[in-house]
Design a protein around this ligand. Sequence first.
Ligand code: NAP
Length: 242
Amino acid sequence: MSRLTGKVAIVTGAGRGIGQSIAEVFAREGATVIATSRGSDVDYLDGRPGLEYQQLDVSSDDDWQRVVGDVVARHGRVDVLVNNAGIITYEPVHELSVEDWQRVVAINQTGTWLGMRAVVPAMLAQGAGSIVNVSSIWGSAAVAGGHAYHATKGAVRNMSKNAAITYARDGIRVNSLHPGFISTPLTDAQAPDVNEYVVGQTPMGRAGKPEEIAQGAVFLASDDSGFMTGAELVIDGGYLAQ
Ligand code: NAP
């Protein structure tokens, strides 16, 4: 229970689902966790043991500059960033509105870039850092519909590889995490037939748990994965092996 002792970690979308589990498991593993959300989850996050709450909309560069500036001022460093916040839409190419396309890109893709852009200067200065970008199995495989989601998760996958190569000699590691179907408020809100289909197509025949993703995030964040960068960690019950 000490794989992240001494590390300062920022987690986005930490108020529920996978992000909540990542924040809790990181704190259990000894990290100082800056658990961020847009603001709707303050009651859950504020004052939890091991978690410091900060309001952060990942699509706002002003929010990123404020939060990272505050973390560096108070803690002197940022060791880990988990870009977890994300949204989904289900429309295929011809039914997707320009507004929905831009909203998904702003949060899933631009938000991931803004986060990396905000923390990299501190990581360069300290000569170390681990960035974990949450993509999806839909970042490298397709299911019908959900065009904007697939586009942005594919972008997160390749943005991670570019940043990994760019900063490989600076001590900064960047990896992407690819969950399969995980039981969270996001999937609870999906049409039951969509969920039954994806779980039915999953070789292990069940949904994953948020903590099963959080354990992968701990590995990528920790020094245990010290020779790993530009890699895709797939945790999907075997989905992509088919
Ligand atoms: P979730 O339950 O819907 O949680 C998403 C979190 O992201 C919420 O806390 C939400 O906060 C936050 N968020 C959304 N827009 C934001 C913004 N602009 N700024 C800051 N936070 C924002 O989803 P989840 O299932 O835990 O998914 C977490 C990540 O895993 C996402 O990137 C998702 O694409 C990915 N993923 C999930 C699955 C799955 O099966 N569940 C599979 C593959 C990948 P608000 O309350 O403010 O909306």
